[in-house]
Design a protein around this ligand. Structure first.
Ligand code: 4AZ
Length: 856
């Protein structure tokens, strides 16, 4: 509906027929005698998405300088008066001194000597009393020049609209300025004044766009006195540095200033047109300020036909723009997939990011990115795009400046000789802004990238769900460091795959991959990844969002798209800064985020199903090894080795995406050599390794003693049937207390625990639960495994360090701390036979402590 409303006006506005204007539209009586001629550039001849203007096209445009540089735009409305925006001059509620400012008139390029331009000092800056900030409106200012401007072909005033003047929805107008050409991307030299055609958006149409959550999930309520201009699809807009400059519309051969560039949400974003201060409502205020000044500004009357205007679309005609990038008919049919063909090289896969630019790994073009000169054979390069009958030719190669030494910046942009028409295919992929936060659990896919070698039997379409930033950072990032909160670019972005088991012998080395993630049906290029070296599926990707500014700077029009999904889930915002526990020699172990984020998940907790008849607790100690209590695995007297299956990732039935399950067969049981006695600990070798993930991650091992400052738990199942894990808080007794309490009956290397009040019965003991502690740094360590039939006694891991390390090369032993526990030295200091003197360990311990105290 608004589409065909736009059309006739567009033709009216963009095809000005010289001389077609009937001056009679303004009757002589309507002309104000004191006014000078306005709004007519003497014929001679960025703003975002705009282009260089011709000198003299916008003779009222001025540049406002402070400290020697351009800060804001403004417009000449009378020889001694400039109109601009209040926010240019008010900082923290205070109006800056006029003396700090100067007005440059008649300037076109601001590079070098300002030829033909002249400068005026500012005598006064006037701002409405009710101005408090751009979002509250009244963002208007008047500057009185210390001496009148010299009018000429490049310096002329613009016409001002009267209060009754209407700029109808769809009117084509122009904004001008020396502001940024994109968000955080300044206008390049030679700083030529930019112009862009923008359409007036009626109040309803604009409010409709701003009522939908956009960038940063924000909405905005427009206020009277504000005016929108731009396009629902964005891409052409004003930006920082254009503020204060004019939005002008041509009516009957004269240019009227409809708006003052005020603010917006970002620049050129979808459904976020620029917001201007409407000039017409300030007729009275302007007249009041300039009273007595001769000649004053001109307010020519609008012709009556235009004033009645066109009916403004109502709320029902609220047309929002949908993303133009990232739509794929189905996963794998990527309309942006580009194949770059360089003579003498294998094809290199990249992604179309705009009409004219393809992003690909720089390593596809070795030897061609180190010099500043264009590659000699660029003429012979070709790019194949989906649904294009012929190969595209390449005009330019722009490698990332860090491409040759930083894997995270292994990127190059290729400009096509001619832009392609975007349609269903080819269509660009969406790129994330730096502040994009891909939600944990987002659906992602691997896509070809660079020189991709097919992985035997593996689809490149592998589906994955995104891990939370904490997991990704702590598994593959920098242990011991804090984790970037949402909104700050992460160091890595990690998919967690759904398929359970890797086929033996399949190796994912030799290939680059990119990670595409979907939000609201729209695909973003979220990450890139260089060659993995461990044959595992690619797990940590370099985030692409850090490169958004570089890509948009080079391409001036790549499709950076706002975050589309904000449903953070019931856990709410994970905004607290969190830290990763320290790293070990063998990588990450014992990682478990704060309980709020875990959903009850214990990544190393395994269900060990023995001979289909009982379930023991197992603990993952390395990617291919589980530790369990021997007595639970091997029944006394049995001579056969049982059939054993191990399940990981079942613990807690977590709703988080990382709770996928993994199962393995046990192919061997290893026991340490213990003279005479049956050893308490058994190592189970798994049929194949498990990939580290939040549902299958090894625990750290404690080499001896009780970890100082740690909090310790017995981790078991409340009910052996449904196996929901519960943790009971315990204290580990000192070796002496333990020894005395169980005098004479404990095998060496036994730990005694005391349950916290009321925690004794939290878990059942037949499955032989483990004793775990969380160190002060946050790592979880395995300290012992339950001894048969007891809920208080545990076989310590420490004494078996040598055996475990020799059997399992990758076991993660932490550095020793605390005090040793297997030396019951001074046993004769125990009070005589008091062990088991009383019914409960708590009572016995109390008695024991009392006796030891009295003994002194
Ligand atoms: C600014 O910061 C600014 N896209 C001006 C205009 C817009 C955004 C920012 C509109 O001066």
């Amino acid at each position: 509906m608004s589409q065909h409303l736009l059309l006739p006006l567009a033709i009216l506005a963009i095809s000005p027929i010289p001389g077609a204007f009937q001056d009679s539209a303004l009757s002589p009586t309507q002309k104000e005698p004191e006014d000078l001629d306005c709004g007519r550039p003497e014929p001679s001849a960025r703003i975002m998405g705009g282009s260089d203007s011709q000198p003299g096209t916008w003779p009222w445009q001025v540049s406002l300088h402070q400290g020697g540089g351009h800060i804001c735009g403004g417009s000449l409305i009378a020889p001694s008066w400039v109109l601009s925006a209040a926010h240019c001059f008010v900082t923290n509620g205070t109006l800056e001194p006029a003396a700090e400012w100067s007005v440059v008139l008649g300037v076109h390029s601001q590079d070098g000597p300002l030829d033909g331009a002249h400068v005026r000092a500012v005598a006064a800056i006037l701002v409405p009393d009710n101005y408090s900030g751009v979002e509250s409106g009244a963002d208007v200012a008047l500057l009185r020049l210390a001496s009148p401007a010299r009018l000429g072909p490049t310096v002329r005033p613009v016409c001002l609209p009267r209060a009754s003047h209407r700029f109808a929805h769809g009117t084509a107008c122009w904004a001008t300025g020396w502001g940024d050409v994109q968000e955080a991307d300044p206008l390049p030299l030679p700083w030529v004044l930019q112009e862009v055609e923008l359409r007036v958006l009626g109040e309803a149409a604009c409010q409709c766009l701003y009522s939908r959550p956009g960038p940063f999930n924000l909405t905005f309520q427009l206020l009277p006195g504000m005016l929108c201009a731009g396009y629902p699809e964005g891409r052409r807009d004003t930006c920082q540095g254009d503020s204060g400059g004019p939005l002008v519309c041509k009516e009957g051969g004269r240019w009227f200033q409809a708006g003052i560039t005020s603010f917006g949400f970002g620049c050129g974003r979808r459904n976020r047109p620029g917001v201007f201060t409407a000039v017409a409502p300030y007729e009275a205020w302007i007249r009041e300020q300039v009273l007595g000044s001769e000649p004053g500004p001109a307010f020519p009357t609008q012709s009556p036909e235009l004033q009645s205007g066109l009916p403004e679309p109502t709320d029902e005609n609220c047309t929002i723009a949908l993303p133009e990038c990232g739509k794929a008919p189905r996963p794998g049919a990527w309309p942006w997939e580009a194949q770059v063909l360089v003579p003498g090289s294998r094809p290199c896969y990249g992604a179309l990011v705009s009409e004219s630019w393809v992003l690909a790994p720089a390593s596809c073009f070795p030897g061609r990115i180190s010099s500043d000169l264009p590659p000699r054979d660029l003429d012979n390069w070709r790019v194949m795009l989906p649904s294009r009958p012929r190969a595209e030719r390449v005009a330019r190669l722009v490698p990332h400046e860090n491409a040759s030494w930083d894997d995270a910046s292994n990127l190059a942009l290729l400009q096509l000789r001619a832009p392609v028409n975007l349609s269903v295919a080819p269509r660009p992929v969406c790129l994330p802004h730096p502040e994009h936060y891909f939600l944990p659990g987002s659906r992602c896919r691997l896509a070809r990238w660079g020189h991709t070698e097919p992985v035997p039997g593996a689809g490149s379409l592998l589906e994955a769900e995104l891990l939370g930033v904490w997991w990704c950072h702590c598994l593959y990032g920098r242990q011991g460091e804090s984790v970037p909160p949402p909104g700050e670019p992460p160091l890595a972005i990690c998919p967690a795959y759904q398929e359970e088991e890797e086929v033996a012998g399949r190796c994912w080395n030799y290939s680059h991959w990119s990670l595409l993630c979907r939000e609201e049906g729209t695909w973003f290029l979220a990450g890139i990844r260089d060659l993995p070296s461990d044959c595992l599926r690619p797990r940590a990707f370099y985030p692409l969002q850090t490169h958004g500014p570089w890509i948009s700077h080079v391409t001036r029009g790549a499709y950076l798209e706002d975050q589309l999904a904000w449903d953070w889930g019931p856990e709410g915002e994970e905004t607290e800064t969190q830290t990763c526990p320290p790293h070990t020699e063998h990588g990450a172990c014992g990682l478990r985020p704060e309980p709020a984020l875990t959903g009850g998940l214990w990544p190393w907790l395994a269900e060990v199903h023995v001979a289909g008849e009982r379930v023991c607790t197992g603990i993952l100690v390395a990617p291919g090894w589980v530790l369990a209590a021997t007595h639970c695995i091997l029944r006394l007297g049995s001579t056969t080795v049982p059939y054993i299956e191990v399940y990981l990732g079942r613990a807690g039935a977590s709703p988080l995406p990382q709770s996928h399950q993994v199962s393995r067969l046990v192919i061997s049981i290893r026991l340490p050599r213990h003279l005479g006695l049956r050893p308490p600990l058994a190592l189970l070798e798994l049929s194949s390794r498990v990939e580290p993930s939040p549902s299958a991650l090894p625990i750290c091992l404690h080499p001896g003693g009780t970890p100082l400052g740690a909090s310790c738990w017995v981790l078991g199942w409340k009910d052996p049937q449904d196996r929901v894990p519960v943790a009971a808080a315990v204290s580990i007794l000192t070796p002496r207390l333990c020894h005395c309490l169980y005098q004479g009956i404990l095998p060496p290397g036994t730990l005694c625990v005391l349950y916290a009040e009321g925690q004794e019965d939290r878990c059942e003991v037949t499955s032989a639960p483990p004793l775990l502690c969380q160190t002060e740094e946050g790592s979880w360590v395995l300290v012992g495994m339950a001894i048969r039939g007891s809920r208080d006694l545990f076989a310590a891991i420490g004494p078996e360090e040598t055996w475990i390390s020799q059997t399992v090369g990758e076991a993660h032993f932490l550095h020793p701390s605390g005090f040793p526990h297997w030396l019951p030295e001074g046993g004769d200091l125990c009070p005589p036979d008091m062990a088991r003197a009383s019914g409960s360990p708590r009572a016995a311990l109390f008695l024991l402590l009392l006796t030891l105290l009295i003994q002194g």
